[in-house]
Design a binder for this molecule. Structure first.
Ligand SMILES: C[S@@+](CC[C@H](N)C(=O)[O-])C[C@H]1O[C@@H](n2cnc3c(N)ncnc32)[C@H](O)[C@@H]1O
Length: 326
């Protein structure tokens, strides 16, 4: 059976007994959220602290404020934010995790669990490593122009299919122009639509997408499709046995967000975004070790977690797209 990559990935990840309906993401790969995840320890807690700062910026002096975590996985980020929130803010927080996977049994009761982003969000939407798992089509340049790459889900074998539809060709022209014969591109239109669907549900506040990203002019010439299983990179065979992911054209998502009402946009790296939120990776002063050795070790361990999140050659290179509505 030959399917487009988009159809094959949809089936493999989200179809009956699909990878994400069956597996816990943290068993297969590290994200900024799941790396050494627990509510109050690990990179998860550092990221939760940064998200809390974003939330505090948005929260007025009174009234409820939403925190919506899209593609929440095991809900570690939302759990971390709740655990760190000061009582006054916590009493005004309405926290919702959105995921197509079933609700994790150990999620705190006060966190809602929904299959789609609720309407009328007032506050902060965060989507950490969600868009890279939104299935997309792959095309390859031929002497006759781009052709869809078809895949056999049982073994990952590929062959060329038809030309993509007009809307996809237009997307490629605008966002990922192909070079010589043999080059490949991933058509990010489904991610643009997914992101736009978040922005339209944002009544007031900010939406943040954090992901592996690339920009126009610096796309990977042969694409970025990859598979992960049990912590290791594997061939991306869409048979449901592994995660299938591809980096995100966040610049295209930003334009899609603007088309549906985002009024401000910033696109930066995780390193820059987190540094602005106070995550510096700075080591504690050595003399702290003399009078508070336990505090020193705790601060040192936090500094190394922070450094992991802002490492320019690792998680720090992730893209942060921030868009707001008034
Ligand atoms: C890579 S995991 C990220 C989990 C978590 N945010 C983290 O950083 O560890 C991607 C998650 O997105 C979810 N997901 C994918 N498509 C979705 C959709 N259309 N709606 C809701 N959740 C979705 C998957 O089920 C999966 O849990």
């Amino acid at each position: 059976m030959w399917l487009t990559w988009r159809a094959a990935t949809q089936r493999a990840l989200y179809g009956e007994n699909g990878f994400y309906l069956r597996e816990r993401p943290s068993a297969h790969f590290r994200t900024s959220v799941s790396a050494a995840a627990s509510a109050t320890v690990g990179t998860s807690a550092v990221l939760a602290g940064a998200v809390l700062r974003e939330l505090a910026e948005l929260a007025g002096p009174a009234g409820m404020i939403d925190l919506v975590d899209v593609g929440a996985g095991e809900g570690a980020l939302a759990t971390g934010v709740l655990a760190l929130a000061p009582q006054e803010l916590r009493s005004r927080l309405r926290v919702t995790c959105v995921d197509v996977a079933p609700r994790p049994p150990d999620l705190p009761e006060e966190i809602g669990w929904e299959p789609v982003v609720p309407e009328g969000v007032e506050g902060l939407v965060i989507a950490n490593e969600w868009l890279d798992n939104v299935p997309l089509d792959v095309v390859e340049q031929t002497p006759d122009g781009p052709r869809l790459v078809m895949v056999d889900p049982s073994d990952g074998a590929e062959r060329l299919g038809d030309a993509p539809e007009e809307a996809d060709l237009a997307w490629l022209d605008r966002w990922w122009p192909l070079g010589p014969v043999g080059e490949r591109a991933e058509i990010g239109r489904p991610r643009d639509e997914a992101w736009a669907s978040v922005i339209v549900r944002l009544a007031r506040g900010r939406a943040v997408a954090v992901d592996y990203a690339h920009r126009l002019g610096a796309r990977p010439p042969y694409g970025s499709l990859a598979g992960y299983r049990g912590g290791a990179a594997v061939a991306p065979v869409p048979d449901g046995s592994c995660d299938i992911t591809a980096h995100v054209a966040l610049d295209a998502c930003a334009a899609a967000g603007e088309r549906v009402g985002a009024v401000t946009t910033t696109l930066t790296t995780q390193r820059e975004a987190l540094r602005a939120l106070g995550v510096t990776g700075a080591r504690p002063p050595l003399d702290l070790a003399g009078w508070d050795p336990v505090g020193y070790l705790r601060a040192l361990s936090r500094a190394s977690l922070e450094a992991e999140l802002i490492d320019p050659h690792g998680l720090g290179a992730f893209g942060w797209l921030r868009q707001s509505r008034p």
